[in-house]
Design a protein around this ligand. Structure first.
Ligand SMILES: [Zn+2]
Length: 284
């Protein structure tokens, strides 16, 4: 077989096999773009919002979460000057993400994330403020998806080409290097937008505690098999939590609540103090 033909065959099969596991959007079982008018109607009636996913799933936003989403949007749109819509996905791999649809940007939560944090204003506002900073930086849902596809294709081309003209090992190494380049580009973007979202969050009257709480849950659920391992799936949570910690340390009036104790191992006085640096700094 001609090397080029072999290369193309390899590339085709790599793409087909790998795409299913590598594209984050393929982890989404169903999604619903929430209608603004329906959000407003349900909000006025203090009712839950019922939506139908594109694959037919019933997606329900309870009245408490709906009120929170509504109020957070009102405050953050005013502060940031950005506009956006809400969407919900059924995905056990996502906490939150941006999606572009019909020329609009959707701040998208997973049902699983809202089940856990849908009544926590700190967390909902922290997510929205951060995602708005991505939108303001033109790092939209489409831009994020295009970056993911671009790096994926580059990895496959390099890997397939080098396995023909070089050695398979060289292909793997080059592919890994490309993954590193993708991570570096993502980190750069997160570092750029983190302070912007944080400022909008504070200017809207929220505490930065949400980032610290998400990081805490992420740390507690990184083990394989944990139902909450998706918690930190939006990159850069460590940077946001650090920014938040720095702000809390500099503002003793802000005291983030201590993370809930794990039922199996109640914290000692020492570990509880260590786990709440904000409270500790407030006492200094
Ligand atoms: Zn981000």
């Amino acid at each position: 077989m001609h090397p080029l033909t072999r290369c193309l065959c390899l590339l085709g099969s790599c793409v087909a096999l790998s795409a299913c596991t590598q594209f984050s959007k393929l982890q989404i079982h169903d999604k619903a773009y929430l209608d603004d008018q329906k959000i407003e109607e349900s909000y006025q009636k203090t009712a839950a919002l019922q939506a139908k996913g594109e694959n037919g799933e019933d997606i329900v936003v309870n009245k408490e979460t709906l009120r929170l989403l509504h109020d957070v949007r009102q405050r953050l749109e005013k502060t940031s000057g950005q506009t956006f819509e809400y969407a919900i996905v059924d995905s056990d791999s996502h906490s939150h993400l941006l999606m572009s649809h019909d020329n609009k940007e959707y701040v998208t939560f997973s049902m699983q994330f809202l089940d856990k944090f849908g009544s926590d204003p700190d967390i909902i506002a922290a997510v929205v403020a951060h995602d708005l900073a991505h939108i303001a930086d033109k790092d939209t849902g489409d831009a994020i998806e295009n970056r993911e596809i671009g790096f994926f294709v580059a990895r496959q081309v390099i890997s397939a080409a080098l396995s023909v003209v070089g050695t398979p090992i060289a292909g793997y190494a080059a592919s890994a290097a490309m993954s590193g380049a993708e991570q570096a580009e993502i980190s750069l973007e997160e570092d750029k937008v983190n302070p912007v979202g944080m400022q909008w969050l504070l200017d809207s009257g929220y505490t930065p505690c949400g980032y610290i709480k998400i990081k805490q849950y992420d740390d507690d659920n990184t083990g394989l098999g944990s139902p909450l391992k998706f918690m930190g799936s939006h990159p850069g949570i460590s940077g946001r939590a650090q920014l938040a910690q720095d702000h809390v340390a500099a503002n003793p009036k802000i005291v983030c609540p201590a993370p809930p104790a794990k039922p199996s191992e109640p914290p000692s006085a020492d570990t509880a103090a260590a786990a709440t640096p904000s409270a500790a700094s407030a006492q200094q």
